[in-house]
Design a protein around this ligand. Structure first.
Ligand code: SF4
Ligand code: SF4
Length: 474
């Protein structure tokens, strides 16, 4: 019900969800826009190419959920490496905190996928529909051929990019060649209907991410940053008065006002801001930086580019809107060395060093031994005591190996009928083991036993696991 329509019971209902007006941004070029382009392009290229690259015959990056293996370049993470993955996320979070403390929300403005894809979609819109004013005119124009082809071309290219994004994203979870060939429709000879061979789950998520990309980058844009992204909400706690962010120098700019070219604005009692509103027209989140720091600002620097262009035209010094800090605006000094920044950097450095050391020294072999639950505690046979175990050999290497098993511990243990066999790369090989020892040697109910597994072709690669051997009570 509209907020203007009183209901029959006399109560006026108010709609708290205000509909958003579309933001038409002005095209701008400049230093920060170039940085956005040159950081965005390698990120997009990396995102698109990585699933196609192969290392040792497998995709360079593949999050293989059914096999519970994450392949990232030359490293494979296993379920037991969950802690390492958690550390990787913690290190990434602390790196983000460090960058935010130093440079504000530059991650949001320059590298966040939402921003990068939105910039790409806006560029396509500018290409087919023209700059800000043309787009506003086109939106008001009645539907005709001109409007139809421009809008259709824009949305067709958006959908194509969204499809490529969806396929690529799911290509990190399913080998991309398989996925893509499975998504190509063909006509079924028996039924005459169009079919695809891709797994329904993979197909669903591909089209889901395609739709999410189209909606987020094409329609929702800044609303994702304003209302959906949690980082936008808590980033302000990482700011301090020395954090570099985009500010308007009110001392220089105010009082703002229009003026004639080459006039002496100081005599008119004006500051350097000519109130042209270019800084607002280029802003992807539609805020006025002259109103001060606002939580919506993603620190993209486009308003600084726009204002610098205006300053050049007016032959005023650049930097009325620029990357600076609250302290620098007050005192003219930048302070880089400060306790919070030092703390974050030290934490990232230490965590990264420990993480790299752990990865570099990680053994590609692990073993696990469990006593057979179904078996009796021990078995007496022909003057020997026998225990049964299941040994799991986890070959986390990129090559197949054959493993030898040796037994150590309190007693002279012997293995019954174990024949070394090939364990494939990435395979978890479970082998039942029957261990026996002469009854006369058994002196206590529980004895220590150690299973030592050694790689046949690389004897230095070994792993061991301790367990207990149960014998009759003395
Ligand atoms: S105010 Fe400036 S820096 Fe902030 S989002 Fe808008 S254009 Fe980018
Ligand atoms: S672009 Fe610069 S001069 Fe123009 S309104 Fe913004 S701050 Fe003022």
């Amino acid at each position: 019900m509209s907020d203007k329509t009183p209901s029959s019971d006399g109560i006026r209902y108010v709609n708290l969800y205000e509909s958003q007006d579309k933001i038409y941004t002005r095209k701008i070029s400049g230093f920060f826009q170039n940085i956005r382009r040159y950081t965005g392009l390698p990120l997009i290229a990396g995102f698109l190419l990585l699933p196609w690259l192969a290392i040792d015959g497998r995709p360079a990056v593949l999050f293989d959920l059914p096999a519970r293996q994450f392949h990232i370049l030359w490293i494979t993470f296993w379920p037991q490496d969950f802690m390492l993955l958690a550390w990787l996320l913690i290190i990434s979070a602390f790196s983000l905190f460090t960058v935010t403390t130093l440079l504000g929300r530059v991650y949001c403005g320059f590298t966040c996928p939402q921003t990068v894809w939105t910039l790409m979609f806006i560029s396509i819109e500018h290409f087919f529909q023209g700059d800000r004013n043309k787009q506003i005119r086109l939106a008001k124009q009645a539907w005709g051929f001109d409007k139809l082809w421009r809008k259709s071309a824009t949305h067709s290219v958006w959908l194509l990019i969204a499809f490529i994004t969806g396929v690529t994203f799911i290509g990190y979870f399913v080998p991309i060649r398989e996925l893509l060939s499975g998504l190509l429709p063909y006509r079924d000879g028996a039924t005459g209907m169009l079919r695809i061979d891709a797994h329904p789950v993979a197909a669903f998520w591909t089209f889901f991410f395609m739709a999410a990309t189209y909606v987020n980058a094409g329609w929702m844009r800044e609303q994702v940053c304003k209302y959906m992204c949690p980082y936008a909400r808590f980033q302000s706690v990482m700011y301090d008065s020395d954090t570099l962010a985009v500010y308007y120098d009110a001392k220089r700019g105010e009082p703002r006002g229009t003026r004639k070219a080459h006039s002496d604005f100081r005599k008119q009692g004006l500051g350097e801001c000519i109130d042209c509103s270019w800084c607002v027209q280029v802003c992807p989140v539609d805020i006025d930086i002259r109103d001060g720091m606002q939580y919506e600002c993603i620190n993209c620097g486009l308003c600084a580019d726009a204002c610098n262009a205006v300053m050049d035209r007016m032959q005023y010094p650049r930097g009325l809107v620029c990357f600076t800090s609250e302290n620098q605006l007050k005192t003219g000094k930048i302070r880089f060395i400060r306790p919070r920044l030092f703390g974050y950097s030290a934490a990232v450095f230490i965590m990264f060093s420990v993480f790299s050391f752990t990865i570099a020294n990680r053994s590609p072999l692990s073993v696990d031994v469990v006593r057979d639950r179904g078996a009796r505690l021990y078995r007496l046979s022909g003057g020997t005591v026998q225990n049964v175990y299941t040994l799991k050999i986890n070959n986390m290497d990129s090559e197949d190996h054959v493993y030898n098993i040796a037994l150590q511990g309190d007693l002279p243990y012997q293995l019954k009928s174990y024949r070394p066999s090939l364990v494939e790369a990435g395979e978890v090989f479970a082998v039942p083991l029957r261990v026996f020892v002469n009854k006369a040697e058994v002196s206590s109910e529980k004895s220590e036993i150690v299973f030592v597994v050694t790689t046949q072709d690389q004897p230095e690669l070994s792993a061991s696991e301790q367990n207990v051997f149960i014998g009759p009570a003395r």
